[in-house]
Design a binder for this molecule. Structure first.
Ligand code: MG
Length: 259
């Protein structure tokens, strides 16, 4: 795994050669710094400006691929002409594109039942935040006392094990539960790409476990993980948000050059 900024020459060559860029970005922890609670997270004004400028070049399509509910991520980013995937890809919206993954009745019921169960068992613990996102549940424990956090994780794992149709994944101070189906962020990115009449160069930046599905699927594209990790399928990494922003700025400079 190489640092993308330190190996920029080959990346730059690929970008300069491509007819256009397909820039797919995870939201939390990638373009927006993580905060104590998900509702405090904001897209920094500087990043917003770069994203708008990238889109304005006419040589870059931008997709935001998030675990948040689609309505939530739409509101957070709120930029026209962009593509959005919410709920780890279960909901997609964008220019001429609207997609909702169809869950089975039992899967919806399991999510609802487990949500109610968890509300009762751990929902009352100070700092626990359980989000019902309809297609998935998020149990945030960043603000929970560390001793209790272990208990919360244990209860969630145990309760989830009673629902074999649901899959548990661990994010940064959050546990996510979604239906065990063959559909993930990688499929969402592919669905968005299929709506393009011609293909550009895909670039994907993400920081978490669920982003690995995209890294694996687009192994020939430019895949960048926020934070170095030897087990990641991404080709490149950046050290920090600052480096994500620097990379976006460099892409913008290339796209603004006359050809
Ligand atoms: Mg993330």
């Amino acid at each position: 795994m190489k640092n993308v900024l330190q190996n920029w020459v080959s990346v730059e060559t690929s970008i300069a050669k491509a007819p256009f860029i397909e820039l797919f970005l995870d939201f939390d922890g990638t373009i927006a710094p993580i905060e104590s609670t998900p509702d405090r997270v904001l897209l920094p004004a500087g990043v917003r400006k770069i994203l708008i400028s990238l889109h304005k070049t006419g040589k870059c399509r931008v997709g935001i691929i998030s675990g948040r509910a689609l309505s939530d991520i739409l509101q957070m980013v709120n930029l026209k002409g962009f593509y959005y995937a919410g709920n780890h890809g279960f909901e997609i919206a964008g220019p001429n594109l609207k997609f909702r993954y169809k869950l089975a009745k039992e899967q919806n019921e399991s999510l609802q039942e487990l949500f109610n169960e968890l509300q009762e068992s751990v929902g009352g613990i100070s700092g626990v935040l359980i989000e019902d996102k309809r297609y998935s549940l998020s149990i945030h424990y960043r603000l929970v006392n560390p001793l209790e956090a272990a208990y919360v994780r244990k209860v969630v794992k145990e309760s989830a094990s009673n629902y074999p149709g649901l899959k548990l994944t661990k994010g940064k101070m959050v546990l996510e539960l979604r239906p065990k189906v063959e559909w993930n962020k990688g499929d969402a990115v592919e669905t968005i790409r299929e709506s393009f009449s011609t293909k550009g160069l895909p670039i994907y930046v993400g920081d978490d476990k669920t982003d690995e599905d995209v890294f694996r699927k687009f192994s020939k594209g430019i895949t960048v993980r926020v934070g170095r990790s030897e087990v990641s399928a991404a080709r490149y990494y950046v050290n920090s948000h600052a480096q994500v922003y620097a990379m976006l700025g460099r892409i913008l400079m290339i796209l603004r050059r006359p050809r």
